[in-house]
Design a protein around this ligand. Structure first.
Ligand code: FAD
Ligand code: FMN
Ligand code: SF4
Length: 643
């Protein structure tokens, strides 16, 4: 029956000892580094709040992020290499369990990814010591009150690099065929089992595929998983991909990293079938991770038997209440992760604390508790129905203000109506749809086709005004443009899908919008030959690295020419003329049309008039300064909770 989500809420019994362990449902939060630890690698209050909130949202199992098993420079990662960590980890486990979820702690050794010795560099004695360290770390996980331990055997860390023929060329019992390469993993599992006893669940995380030439294949994974089961694992948790190894990109690079944390260009749940192939070889439960953000997909996975548990990684950062909303029939209220990788590329990888582009209080859970109902309820006018305006309006409405939102066009969404159009970016539409539904839910009065002026606002006598008028494309200003050249903005091109622009089209500006528009034109056959020219040394530098890598690959495949370090000097009737810094010479590129993708500027609003009239106002999103979704949502939220 469609919409029957009961399979998601069926408990799952795991374990091999006399005492079994019951997971209350099939939804798992897989481990995800938050950088919320303190500088000593210890648990903080903020971290406890973050995980407790996810447990509160209804996930059956919460796996705490990778904890380092041996002392090294880990800031700001979580450590578990000393008994002193148990003290605060105890609070963390309690925070999860008190909110109804099973608490599992992941333990890992970074190996080559942390610039530590890899499989080929370790002596037998060092291997024995590391195995012992894993055992001690697992013991601490148990003593801290967790319900289970996860051994990290995926993503290119030490255990994973023992599994891979690319990084393991040992000649002893730890190297050779798949079975021998899995020996280290099996020894670690056995050591952990010995320490934690039969009744304590062990999850083993491993790759279905490394996505690296010469790395682990699905056949390797089919060898490893049953060996892990035989060694004592109770659950196999499937991931994929290998993180970057800056010292040797052939062992791990941005592309293989993108398979760990797939960007929106990758279809939802695309690793499920690979996981199912591993499941064929084992008799213990299997969980699967990778771009799963849709209740129907979760249901499909469970009902089809392709996996027993479903990992909801970024989805639970974006909306911790995903399970609870499904249980309560509030599917329409789910805020879906758009797989933009802001959390990873613009936060975690830069050593910053976790944040989410569309959930501004992720990592700041305590702030939410302080949100107060409107008192008194005020009359608020929101100008602009983009995401900044809608995010502000929904919080204002939710808190009990009387909110009217005015949008000059015929639809809500602003720029994200365009942002979701380039190939593979449709996931962004889910944010637009979510916010539109929120307008109804929180009684926001929406007025479309209504351009607001300062005079009009004055007449309404509102208590407060939110100015979210957004951005508009920046056009050629200082560069001479022949009136005979056909010239459109990237935004216009996106809204004219399918219209042929010419045989040769040059995109002026190779930020990610220019690059995406080039791909869009290619896919829709709007141009024959497409060239992107960019002043900086590379294309799409404003995009987070994983998405960028995939975008560049797609552009190369579709034959788009990219010229970097190109300074545009002039656009004539049939040429783009500029200085090619790479070749060190003046260059003329024939063009029948040019597409301007040089960024955006704010749409101004005469705030002085509001000031004169004594009306309080708040300027947010691209109207304040053109940036991106994260800033628009965050400023909308902050304004929505502060009036
Ligand atoms: C093609 C494209 C792709 C993008 N891709 C990404 C991406 O992948 N990731 C990312 O982070 N960002 C992306 N962005 C940027 C992102 O979409 C914007 O930063 C964000 O949507 C800005 O939201 P906003 O609400 O501040 O403004 P806008 O979306 O510009 O909304 C402002 C709204 O106000 C209305 N308005 C203006 N003046 C008035 C008035 N006087 N009265 C009534 N209504 C008015 C406008 O019609 C508009 O609907 C992209 C942008 C484009 C164009
Ligand atoms: C910010 C971030 C940190 C991560 N840290 C870990 C980690 O500590 N251990 C791990 O096994 N996987 C880690 N991952 C991978 C996730 O567990 C998960 O497999 C991946 O995000 C794909 O699932 P998703 O599409 O549901 O997010 C991390 C992912 C993200 C986004
Ligand atoms: S930042 Fe983007 S990818 Fe990360 S959880 Fe939020 S929506 Fe998902």
């Amino acid at each position: 029956m469609l919409n029957d989500f009961s399979p998601l809420f069926q408990p799952l019994v795991i374990g091999r000892g006399a005492k079994k362990f019951k997971l209350k449902n099939r939804m798992v939060m897989p481990p995800m580094v938050t950088n919320l630890a303190n500088s000593l690698g210890e648990v903080t209050r903020r971290m406890v709040d973050y995980y407790a909130r996810r447990a509160q949202g209804g996930a059956g199992t919460i796996v705490v992020e990778a904890m380092d098993i041996a002392e090294r420079v880990i800031f700001p990662r979580l450590g578990i290499f000393h008994d002193r960590f148990v003290h605060e980890l105890d609070n963390l486990a309690a925070g999860i369990k008190e909110n109804g979820a099973a608490a599992v702690g992941q333990i890992y050794h970074p190996g080559l990814r942390g610039r530590h010795p890899g499989p080929d560099d370790l002596s037998p004695e060092e291997i024995r010591n590391i195995i012992e360290d894993f055992g001690q770390a697992a013991d601490r996980v148990k003593r801290a009150g967790f319900d289970g331990v996860m051994i990290h055997g995926a993503h290119g860390y030490l255990i994973s690099s023992f599994l891979s023929p690319l990084t393991n060329q040992r000649k002893d019992e730890y190297g050779g065929d798949g079975q021998r390469r899995a020996r280290f993993a099996a020894d670690v599992i056995r050591a952990v089992r010995k320490v934690v006893g039969e009744d304590f669940p062990i999850f083993f995380r491993m790759n279905a595929l490394d996505y690296l030439p010469g790395g682990c294949t699905i056949e390797d994974a089919q060898v490893t998983a049953p060996l892990a089961e035989a060694a004592g694992a109770d659950v196999i948790a499937i991931g994929g991909g290998v993180g970057p190894m800056p010292h040797n990109p052939s062992l791990g690079n941005v592309k293989s990293y993108g398979q760990i944390v797939m960007p929106m260009y990758v279809p939802r749940g695309y690793r499920v079938d690979l996981g199912a192939k591993v499941k064929e070889k084992i008799s213990i439960p299997l969980s699967i991770a990778g771009r799963i953000n849709d209740p129907n997909l979760v249901r499909e996975i469970i009902v089809s038997g392709k996996a027993d548990l479903v990992d909801l990684g970024r989805q639970l950062i974006a909306d911790p209440d995903f399970p609870q909303k499904i249980a309560g029939g509030r599917i329409e209220e789910i805020r879906r992760c758009i797989a933009c990788n802001f959390c990873l590329g613009k936060r975690m990888s830069l050593g910053k604390q976790i944040q989410c582009a569309i959930n501004p209080w992720a990592g700041r859970e305590a702030e939410l508790k302080e949100i107060r109902p409107a008192d008194p309820s005020r009359k608020v006018v929101v100008i602009g129905g983009g995401i900044a305006g809608m995010e502000a309006a929904r919080w204002l409405g939710k808190r009990g203000h009387r909110v009217s939102l005015y949008e000059k066009s015929s639809q809500l969404g602003g720029q994200i109506c365009l942002a979701g159009l380039p190939p593979g970016k449709g996931e962004i539409n889910t944010l637009q749809e979510f916010l539109i539904r929120q307008m109804t839910l929180w009684n926001v009065e929406v007025h479309l086709n209504h351009e607001v002026s300062a005079e009009w606002v004055g007449k309404q006598k509102p208590d407060a005004v939110v100015i979210a008028t957004g951005g508009k494309p920046l056009m050629l200003k200082e560069i001479s443009l022949s009136p005979e050249m056909r010239c459109l903005s990237a935004w216009e091109v996106l809204s004219r899908a399918g219209q042929k622009l010419g045989e040769k089209v040059v995109v002026l500006g190779g930020g990610f919008v220019g690059a995406e528009v080039a791909e869009f034109m290619g896919e829709r056959k709007m141009a024959g030959e497409i060239t992107v020219v960019e002043m900086r040394e590379a294309i799409a530098l404003d995009l987070e690295p994983i998405s960028r890598e995939l975008l560049l690959e797609k552009l190369q495949e579709s034959g788009v020419k990219m010229i970097t370090r190109f300074q545009i000097r002039e656009v004539t009737a049939d040429l783009v003329v500029g200085w090619d810094g790479g070749e060190g010479r003046r260059k003329e590129i024939p063009a029948e049309a040019v597409v301007v993708a040089l960024g955006a500027e704010s749409v101004s609003f005469p705030v002085e008039r509001l000031k004169e009239a004594g009306i309080s106002h708040h300027l947010i999103g691209d109207a304040r300064e053109p940036r991106g979704i994260a800033e628009a949502v965050r400023e909308g939220y902050l304004t929505g909770i502060s009036i």
